[in-house]
Design a protein around this ligand. Sequence first.
Ligand SMILES: *Cc1c(COP(=O)(O)O)cnc(C)c1O
Length: 426
Amino acid sequence: MTLPESPAVVTCEYEARLRAVEHELTPYWDKLEKRCHQNFERILEGYLSHGLAEIHFASVTGYGHNDLGREVTDKIFAHALQAESALVRMQMVSGTHAIALALQAALSTSPGGIISLTGSPYDTLEEVIGIRGESPASLMARGYSYQQLELFEGDTIRLSWTPEEQESVRQASVAFIQRSRGYSSRPSLAVADIEELVQQAKNLNPEIVVVVDNCYGEFVETREPTAVGADLIAGSLIKNPGGGLVPTGGYVAGRHHLVEVAAEFLTAPGIGSEGGYTFESTRTILQGLYFAPTVVKEALKGMSLAATVFHQLGYRVYPNDPAKQADIIQMIELQDKDKVLSFCRTLQSVSPVDSRLTPVPAVTPGYADAVVMAGGTFIFGSTIELSADAPMRPPYAVFLQGGLTYSHVRFAIKRILMQLDKLNLN
Ligand SMILES: *Cc1c(COP(=O)(O)O)cnc(C)c1O
């Protein structure tokens, strides 16, 4: 008589598989650890040199003039992001809002048009620019031109532009670069790639203002785009730089005069960065930044575990080599609708919040196909917390991202493997 295998034995088998992969990944994780130390040291230096103190955690009401906490937060962020200046505000609704402010600031000081050096921008920016939608507030509706250069030939970055493309770069006043792949099929850019793009563009057009969509990239490497010649960067506080603690907001950082113009678009000319209530948020924002390099490292460890495990099972993954990680997203091609659903539902079921919800594919504005989204997060919509999105179309790829702690990602992967095996057995 054979006894059914006890759940403990089954769990053991998955546990052993994960341990073997963890062992393999150790040399890479040592590198992540070193990078984290470097980023943390730079960030902490900002707290020390600007003398962050308890008094900074109180907010000035009303106009918010002379709010010392807001001022020191901007300075500490500028230091962390290797920029002259930074504007960090809860009044920025999202990364899209922050990037829109950066583009408006760049165009108003350097009027003309935008050229995207990295192909199509992130979905939500299409409406900001005016490629999609009919808003009279879009950049194109307000008279700025837009064009884009395709960045890739297959998987390799194309840095040699044709004579016509070079002419377009000369004619443009603002160059736009998107660091992370977002949910497109292109690779994400390393900061060294951004450095080359900036140099190429500035060689052709020394006046061009370079704006970088920095979402998902913060603290993945030890240099930010502002350290390699980008004039402005922008991102979301519910992604990497908020460390999972910050409930909302965004930042713009870069050259002082451009950041000030972005502040005037956010508030009003004459007010700029000097006003605005902080909603008692300074403590949380700065505590989030303090955790950010560690949280990013945990997410990167988790994504490299997922990549290696699924790669070994024969699935196509991107990035397929941890050394190529340039943001906190991991793509896994499951090639099967049921597997995608099982993956996302299992992830949801082991989320700390909303574990009892069942994700279903739904049509989302801006996407052609239904998308299933999973992730029970403390901050609604936060993608530095463990989450997964998958458009319901071939090749049935899941975009897995974030993870505040490695332990959570590891546990989720273990459960997902068990569920996928059950599917295969049926
Ligand atoms: C998340 C993201 C944005 C902005 O998205 P929000 O949801 O508005 O914060 C822009 N670009 C990229 C590449 C992103 O990943």
